[in-house]
Design a protein around this ligand. Structure first.
Ligand SMILES: [Zn+2]
Length: 250
């Protein structure tokens, strides 16, 4: 199975074969939700915390230290269809949403793996187990549906008067690449999908253009997730859009 976006924009995005099973599980769940709610378009950001209970029917609770160990922010009991989220995450919309979707991923994908799975801060960086990687991929696919991403990306490009020839710049590694992602795409899409900048950057790192070409180089990820102040040395404020592409003003 390969999940393709078929919107008329220039960018056709897909996932790698290795990620197709989890991508399909997330898109099947979204289809089920749309069917149960009788809606054709997905509202963005997805109200996943509401949907976990209705229409999905999971036992969902936001709890304090009395019910979760101090370092645990999310917990899934797949065989009981139960999800607990720590109340401290309510102050961080992106992390709250991602943790809810990640625990939902455990409940859907990992019924036969463990009776209980718990998580600290998500999304994690560095090496993680295959089970945790799958739950992260599921959360990412669910919250940033492939069927909507190319269209939303196209809208951002239009809003900044950027044209198709920017695709190669998106894939590049110069200062204009940083400008495109950090100044245009990531702020707008994080707002649209209600996810953190790291979650959005990781999503694009996994996506592919036709020919299995990457849309975002893994070597650029550290610049994508770096705090704003670490970009101060880059001449991002001298970049302007001319004839549909960003150029560095002399
Ligand atoms: Zn987990």
């Amino acid at each position: 199975m390969t999940a393709y976006d078929s919107t008329p924009f220039l960018l056709r995005l897909s996932v790698r074969a290795a990620d197709a099973r989890v991508e399909l599980a997330a898109s099947t769940l979204l289809d089920k939700i749309r069917h149960k709610l009788s809606i054709s378009d997905l509202p963005l950001p997805l109200p996943i915390d509401q949907w976990i209970e209705t229409p999905l029917g999971f036992d969902f609770a936001i709890v304090g230290d009395d019910q979760l160990d101090p370092e645990v922010l999310g917990l899934a009991r797949p065989t009981l269809n139960q999800i607990l989220i720590h109340e401290s995450l309510l102050e961080h919309e992106g992390r709250f949403r991602f943790t809810c979707a990640h625990e939902l991923g455990h409940c859907i994908l990992h019924k036969s793996v463990a009776e209980e799975l718990s998580d600290a801060e998500l999304p994690r960086s560095g090496k993680i187990s295959a089970i945790e990687h799958e739950a992260d991929r599921f959360a990412s696919s669910l919250l940033m549906p492939l069927s909507t991403l190319a269209q939303q990306l196209a809208k951002v490009m239009r809003d900044h008067q950027l044209n198709n020839s920017c695709v190669e710049l998106l894939r590049g590694d110069d200062v204009r690449t940083v400008w495109l992602w950090r100044r245009c795409i990531l702020p707008a899409l994080c707002d649209t999908y209600g996810v953190s900048r790291a979650a959005m950057a990781y999503r694009f790192r996994e996506l592919r253009l036709p020919g299995q070409r990457r849309i975002l180089k893994p070597s650029m990820i550290s610049l994508m997730v770096a705090p704003e102040k670490t970009l101060a040395d880059l001449p991002l404020d001298r970049i302007i859009v001319r004839d549909g592409i960003p150029v560095l003003e002399e």
